[in-house]
Design a protein. Structure first.
Length: 285
């Protein structure tokens, strides 16, 4: 390679057109081989990228990671063929690889936090603790997953607030996925007075549940006494619905149970304290 460079440099300096033509012709097979290696390498990288995406689809890997993994695979294959082409030209690629490794090690120390985020993103995308569209709670925030990126995840709260959460924070937290299962049970607590009839209140709750077409008939809705508190008897209602309909069913029941209680004459008591004064038999002197 050094001889080629010196010869070409000398020919350019001397403005020897014929010499340059002769040099190019003499090295034509080598140049063509290098071009062929690079072209074939790029074609193979494109094919490998497509095959990797196809394999990930068959395995059910989240679509958010397809483009990223495809890019990484193509980059590695292209780099391999470029280094092979340089070696064909006589370039010492060992020193280049060593320099690349040293640079990567140095960058790794400086970007340790970003690498942690990157690794957490891969963990989320590969293990699927949640997917786009799931409603999750990670302790500090809860919301619907809008996007899963390599470095962070975007949630949208029920108040329509956009929250960007670092992936390392997610993988270090307990994740509650409310929509991972197709069906979900809703537990609702209602209070009635001690003077009210429990069976009447139970029928009112079940009547409200029967009015909602989003509530499943099987498992059937249930209502039973859960606690005798200071000022009321507490009844818990359990209804099943599709996970996506949770909030619609929740708010429906909260409204319609009150309406059914009003129809049945069932009262919802408030906390109260009875204070009794004892009157002494004799006046205190």
């Amino acid at each position: 390679m050094e001889i080629i460079k010196l010869s070409l440099a000398q020919l350019i300096k001397d403005r020897d057109i014929e010499g340059m033509k002769a040099l190019v012709i003499s090295k034509a097979p080598l140049i063509l081989a290098v071009i062929l290696i690079i072209v074939v390498g790029f074609l193979i990288s494109d094919l490998a990228g497509k095959l990797v995406v196809k394999a990930m689809k068959l395995k059910g890997v989240d679509s958010s990671i397809h483009s990223f993994i495809k890019t990484i695979v193509k980059f590695i294959i292209k780099l391999f063929f470029i280094l092979t082409a340089l070696a064909t030209l006589g370039v010492n690629v060992n020193s280049f690889i060593a320099a690349l490794a040293a640079g990567g090690l140095t960058a790794g120390f400086g970007l340790s936090h970003s690498i942690s985020q990157f690794a957490s993103g891969l963990q989320i995308l590969i293990n699927h603790p949640f997917r786009s569209g799931d409603y999750i709670d990670i302790g500090s925030v809860a919301g619907t997953v809008r996007e899963i990126k390599i470095m962070y995840t975007v949630l949208v709260t029920i108040e329509n607030k956009k929250v960007i959460v670092p992936n390392s924070h997610i993988t270090d937290s307990n994740i509650i996925n409310f929509t991972a299962e197709e069906n979900r049970r809703i537990d609702l607590l209602y209070s009635i007075s001690y003077s009210d009839n429990i069976e009447t209140a139970r029928e009112a709750i079940l009547s409200a549940a029967a009015e909602c077409d989003k509530i499943y008939e099987s498992p059937a809705p249930k209502a039973f006494v859960s606690e005798h508190s200071d000022s009321s008897i507490k009844l818990v209602a359990q209804v099943w619905c599709n996970s996506r309909n949770y909030w619609e069913v929740f708010f429906f029941m909260q409204e319609h149970v009150k309406l059914e209680f009003d129809k049945a004459g069932v009262t919802i008591p408030f906390n109260q304290v009875d204070v009794h004064f004892d009157t002494p038999d004799k006046p205190v002197m």
